[in-house]
Design a protein around this ligand. Structure first.
Ligand code: ADP
Ligand code: MG
Length: 247
């Protein structure tokens, strides 16, 4: 068994006066790939946002340990420095900031200072994995990027930042088959290059085809209602979530 890096116990999270997560438990070991499935509104994105420390998500009880440290005591940027990373369902556009500037300064903030020459070299290597033209480095972050380009730009960040745990929130939704394959290749490269852990929130299996999945968690109504190995994905694709939505 691999060393446990993330331990979530009895986590309760509210937004305003609405309780969204209601006693959620989840553990991830070093280098493991976990998948979260669940119907819309189950609380999947809430879990990701809470892990990143997004403001409006109030933890009312429970605990989150990351590498043995209390994550809830850390601000968002400290969490990133500890090796947490998340891609968003809707990546924001940042006019005036080039993709290269953004990624290079993010790397530097995480302790990986690179000369421009070395940065460009590393960037070109990773962009090759993603079938991305290096011209994107000079474009403003996400401005005018298509849906697929935004997702690729996020996986590019993943490959450059090399976090210890990456949370991918429906990175594959709305992409055409080729784009999903490319994103999947990028995620696989992250697994191989860094042996980092993954928490993949997804509805589709396409992104998982080339990845080794260690564990699947089904979330409904703010709790984990079922867990299993990769075969659970096929089972859910065949039969849906209904059986887990009783109670
Ligand atoms: P999922 O990602 O599983 O589809 P979410 O975590 O996004 O679900 O949402 C879980 C529930 O929390 C939903 O009922 C949603 O409407 C509610 N919710 C999420 N974000 C907010 C917010 N900022 N304000 C109010 N309610 C929210
Ligand atoms: Mg969501």
């Amino acid at each position: 068994m691999s060393k446990q890096i993330l331990n979530i116990e009895k986590l309760c999270v509210s937004i305003g006066d609405k309780e969204i997560l209601k006693g959620l438990d989840l553990q991830i070991g070093e280098g493991e790939t976990h998948v979260i499935m669940g119907p819309n509104g189950a609380g999947k994105s809430t879990l990701g946002n809470t892990l990143m420390g997004k403001e409006e998500y109030e933890v009312t009880s429970g605990k989150i340990d990351f590498y043995g440290e209390d994550l809830l005591e850390m601000k968002t940027d400290e969490r990133a420095k500890k090796g947490l990373f998340m891609t968003f369902q809707n990546p924001i556009e940042v006019p005036g900031v080039r993709l290269s500037e953004f990624v290079r300064s993010s790397c530097e903030a995480l302790g990986n200072k690179m000369s421009l020459w070395n940065f460009k070299k590393a960037a070109a290597e990773q962009m090759k994995v993603l079938n991305m033209d290096t011209a994107y480095l000079d474009r403003e972050l996400n401005v005018g990027f298509s849906g697929g380009e935004k997702k690729k730009a996020e996986i590019f960040q993943l490959l450059m930042l090399k976090p210890k745990l990456a949370i991918l929130d429906e990175t594959d939704s709305g992409l055409d088959v080729d784009a999903v394959r490319t994103v999947s290749e990028g995620v696989k490269a992250y697994q191989e290059q860094t042996h980092g852990a993954l928490l993949i929130i997804t509805h589709s299996t396409k992104i998982l085809e080339s990845l080794d999945v260690d564990k699947v968690h089904v979330i409904y109504n703010g709790k984990v209602v079922a867990e299993g190995d990769a075969s659970l994905i096929d089972e859910i694709n065949e039969n849906g979530f209904e059986k887990y939505m009783k109670e």
